[in-house]
Design a protein around this ligand. Structure first.
Ligand code: TNX
Length: 546
């Protein structure tokens, strides 16, 4: 091709490409689909629109109709089987053939005047097609009561879509500050809206144990409550700390947790529970002092940071934690179960003659190997029960348990090492995914946060697959997730402020093919997306520029 011909083609195509980009920005679908083509015309949703499904998809049809009802006021008819109406119809169809190209979560969506068709190999794909449909409608569709005067139209489009990663996660720490069940459900709703599928529920820590365990009632009777909460940041000299003097706590009953699991499952979100061990377990030691190294009675912690207290490594403690996991497995069907493993201070292990004797008796080299031994016991226990262990990257120290999946938080090195050793990895590096960091360089403009600076653009720039990995190792990266640690997040409103809109950026990181990521386009789409969050009354951080 001659240079002048190429230039002529470019001049011809550029306006079309720009127009397509503008059209896509105005739709504002987040995360950006794998492929999207706008067409002339629109589908108009009306009171007589029928949601038609094939036999396998009735539940997803009812779910879609229910989602559209509050804002539109239309109680749409849902029909299953037979011939679909010729017009004014939204069709949901299973198409097993799509599994090959789009996987179990992908979908195709065709919006034309009079007819919307969603096809997917599985239920999850139809669910994600429904999320896209909701986003194609005016943002007011996210309101909870009929909005008068809105034309409920979806611009005509053809979309083909599928996630880049299988693990698209969001973490929530309910140990440092208890978050009520209703908020946990809202959080899950918001994950689903962003096509995320893993809710990592950080249920236990030094400052609180939040899940009732029948065999050990003191875990919540004692462990769910602390006498006070630190005001501001911790001081190295703890005598300089100030406390609010207010008892804080709360916990979920097993029925509460089951309700959350069912709620999440209906939205294609798996709940991965985290029970921290052997560090970050001070609330458990407060409830049952014999779990500790010294046996002394200690209160549930009121400070932040890393406590010296750690579980002992007795057989009785292993049995105790496995009893806890037995109840956890009965509540949470998730394949993955998180056992923490981070920031376990080893000083008490080093100075305890009993623990040192135990290290020798087990033929181990040091305290790191003892932690590894402890985690291996949990790994074997979970593996025997058809589950898989996940732990923070410290579980690499002293040798990785055979079945373990590593959550890489202290950067990407832990993830790289684990992938090279043939283990699965979830990327959660602090620099890009810790939503407890400031959203401005001017900290005086912000509510108190852990530290650091993590604006939306930096989250967007995150690439979960480290360059250091070859293709086979890269396949070990299951995906990524954000973390919301709540030392400085006392309220649900504040949690929303920390998570949104950074969540929208992370959603695109884990869903959209890397080649389709585009920061300027994302920002344009985000403007539309924020109107949805407004309709949902999400307390997001408004000024997205630092
Ligand atoms: C480290 S990240 C922790 C958490 C804290 C967080 C504060 C991780 C595995 N452990 O216990 O909340 O830093 O950012």
């Amino acid at each position: 091709m001659t240079a002048s011909l190429a230039l002529a083609l470019l001049l011809l195509l550029a306006p079309a490409a720009l127009a397509a980009q503008a059209a896509e920005a105005s739709l504002g679908v987040i995360p950006r689909p794998r492929a999207l083509m706008t067409r002339p015309g629109a589908f108009t949703l009306g009171p007589r629109t029928v949601v038609w499904t094939d036999a396998a998809s009735a539940a997803k049809g009812r779910q879609l109709a229910r989602a559209l009802e509050p804002a539109t006021g239309y109680a749409l008819a849902v029909r299953t089987g037979g011939a679909p109406p010729a017009t004014d119809v939204i069709e949901l169809r299973r198409d097993p053939a799509l599994a090959a190209s789009l996987g179990p979560e992908g979908y195709r969506l065709s919006v034309r005047p009079g007819r919307v068709v969603a096809r997917a190999a599985g239920e999850a794909g139809l669910f994600y097609a429904a999320q896209t449909m909701r986003q194609l409608l005016p943002p007011a569709v996210f309101r909870d009561a009929p909005v008068p005067g809105v034309a409920w139209t979806m611009p005509a489009v053809e979309i083909e879509d599928a996630p880049r990663f299988a693990w698209r996660g969001a973490h929530l720490d309910v140990a440092r500050h208890f978050m009520p069940k209703a908020f946990v459900k809202r959080y899950i709703d918001l994950l689903a809206l962003h096509k995320l599928n893993v809710f990592h529920w950080h249920l236990t820590d030094d400052q609180g144990w939040r899940l009732a365990i029948r065999k050990y009632p003191r875990l919540t009777e004692v462990g769910a409550w602390r006498a006070a909460t630190l005001v501001g940041k911790p001081h190295t000299d703890t005598t300089n700390n100030t406390y609010d003097g207010t008892r804080h706590g709360g916990f979920y009953t097993q029925d509460d947790a089951r309700e959350i699991v069912a709620y999440a499952a209906a939205r294609h979100v798996a709940v991965v529970p985290e029970i921290e061990m052997p560090g970050h377990a001070r609330a458990a030691i407060a409830a049952y002092p014999e779990l500790g190294v010294t046996g002394e009675a200690i209160p549930v912690w009121t400070n932040w940071g890393v406590t010296p207290h750690i579980l002992n490594a007795d057989e009785r403690t292993v049995a105790f934690m496995q009893d806890v996991l037995t109840e956890v497995l009965a509540i949470f069907p998730s394949r993955f179960v998180h056992v923490g493993g981070d920031e376990a201070a080893k000083d008490l292990w080093k100075t305890s003659p009993r623990v040192q004797a135990r290290i020798r008796e087990l033929g181990l080299k040091d305290e790191h190997e003892l932690q590894s031994w402890f985690i291996r016991r949990m790994d074997a226990f979970l593996t025997q029960r058809g589950r898989r262990l996940v732990g923070w990257d410290e579980i690499l120290e002293g040798g990785l348990a055979p079945g373990a999946t590593v959550m890489s938080w202290r950067g990407t090195q832990g993830g790289i090492a684990a992938a090279r050793a043939g283990h699965d990895v979830v990327m959660a590096p602090g620099r890009w995914t810790y939503f407890d960091q400031y959203q401005s360089t001017d900290q005086t403009r912000e509510p108190p946060a852990f530290g650091g600076f993590l604006p939306v653009d930096t989250v967007y720039a995150f690439e979960p697959v480290p360059r250091e990995l070859d293709a086979a190792q890269a396949r070990r990266v299951l995906g990524a997730q954000w973390q919301l640690w709540t030392e400085y997040v006392p309220t649900t409103r504040h949690a929303e402020y920390m998570v949104f809109p950074r969540a929208a950026a992370l959603a695109e990181v884990v869903w959209t093919p890397a080649a389709r990521k585009d920061l300027a386009g994302f920002r344009a789409r985000l403007a539309r997306h924020l109107a949805r969050l407004d309709a949902l009354d999400v307390g997001y951080r408004r000024d997205t520029m630092p």
